[in-house]
Design a binder for this molecule. Sequence first.
Ligand code: GLA
Length: 397
Amino acid sequence: MMTPAQSLSHVLELFQEHFGTAAQSRAFAPGRVEVIGNHTDYNGGTVVGTAIDRGIAVAARVRPDGKLRFYSDTKSSDGIVETSRATFAQDDIPTWCQYPLGIIDEAHLRGWPSEPVGLDLTIASDLPEGTGLASSAALEMAVVGALSQLLFTADMQPSRGALVEVAHRAENRFVGMPCGLLDQTVVGFGKKNGLVVLDAAINKSVSIPLPAGIRFVLFRSHISHALVDSPYEDRHRECRTALMGLERFVPGIRHLARLHPADLDAYASVLETRPAMRARHVVHEQRRVGAFLATLSQNDLVAAGACMTASHESSRALFDNSTPELDTLVATANAQRGVLGARLSGGGWGGSMVAMVTDEFEEKHGESICDQYEELFEVRPHWWQSSAAAGMVSERL
Ligand code: GLA
């Protein structure tokens, strides 16, 4: 595991080694855990996350000739990938290049300066892909951070919100994944020892302090998830169908997450089974996020943890985005000393489990969870304790 400072210096060495010259800017963006608020973001709800202590570093340099050249230390077998804005659609480029390309394309659409911009870019990642820790958003935010340092002077830098928007639009429009605002927001606005609370209906986020003595431990199930090919789009559609079905009965309702549970009870029978189940999850998850924040502010950590576990149960039973591996991790974690609550984190269908723990949770408790998992699935999960970390940082060199 590398610290952000180590990743930032490693990515400069990579740049020198592969492009034979020095980088002009660099950035580091952390991964994130979703603490509570599963699939509420694209339903106009509230979601709570925190940036973690692993992430992705990017180093960049402008090229005058319009060529785009990318190198990633985790994809070293692809070597240096070369393309350009004019030819990328025809070029045979690996999937991971979609993320930097998406940022460059979005920056171009917004009329960012220094056209035509060519770029050399190296990527150093300490954040495994497919683990539900937002490696896509971390890559996008690191690229947009390094790029904005190259294209704007210090006093003209776009706001943090604008960078988050570029990354989010690149993912929705260029990569084609209809994700909500959670990942890019938490990666962009993370605070050390803080939680990011996002109201996705109005795209506003605030940071609140994490109560003293609370930590998050992360367990990676061995089921990798890739959201682009997962049922994520199906859920997105089912939620829209539910909203459209209910609109006739609840005039003026714009977001599924904002529906009152009593209105859902009154009208759910007009919906087909699946949209009705998804709606039930989203509407009650929104209430659980509220209860989590309220109990946390009263320092009732046991009640806050119970909200997380209830969230997992709802994801499993109503949203159908858990797996037996994640269910096992949640159940075994909840039986350990010091665990306040546990749930799947992020999109689901594999990826990671997050548990909120007190100081009573020790190394041996984590190992015991792994032992039980290994007995059932014959693979040992990877786990670590994460501090709540700061969001993306970038600098011109
Ligand atoms: C993924 C998406 C987020 C959010 C979560 C589920 O992480 O990128 O926007 O929808 O799934 O809550």
